[in-house]
Design a protein around this ligand. Sequence first.
Ligand SMILES: [Zn+2]
Length: 218
Amino acid sequence: MRLKKEIVRVGQNLAASGLVVGTWGNISARDAGRAGFWITPSGMNYAALKTKDLVLIDRQGQIMEGFRKPSTEFLMHLHTYSQRPDIAAVIHTHSVYASAHAVARLAIPGIIEDMVQIIGGEVEVTPYHLPGTQELAEAVAQALAAKNAVLLANHGMVGVGQNLAEAFKVCQIVEKTAQIHTYSRILGTPVFLSNEDIAQMRKGYLENYGQRSAGKEV
Ligand SMILES: [Zn+2]
């Protein structure tokens, strides 16, 4: 129940943050005890969302619990969890600056400290596939193999994390970096961080940042 309450709360925060509008976007969290993940339902406003509206999906993509129709993008979440056993939360948003990059088919380069630390480098754009398809799900999972975020061509973005708080932070930082990248191109020519510096910062984040080593939330 704690996990389901947290998904509902993150949904409200997501709507309040402006990263999604209306009923679009979706959130899921892995439930290790039930060998599946809880996901938001299709087409429901975040303000109206209750824990009973969430749907539990197993590793084969079958509904285990819940009376609602799951998000139409549940395949994207399913494939991402099987690709990344180390993560426990997936959030999909249609945030404006990230989506602008996805429409221009322009990766968000590694340009700023928090972004390369939490994501692990540039955020690439998947080839275009229709929403809700197996093809989109596979392309997203593949792009997330080594990074914590990806842009979906002409659609939006997906962020993942070890918990819901981290996945939400990834979505916020991708949006902030997309905004910074846009402004930096207006002001001049952005200078990208080197791969060596990115690798160093990512390593430092994974090993030392926050209270991770003490087993607390980052
Ligand atoms: Zn979408």
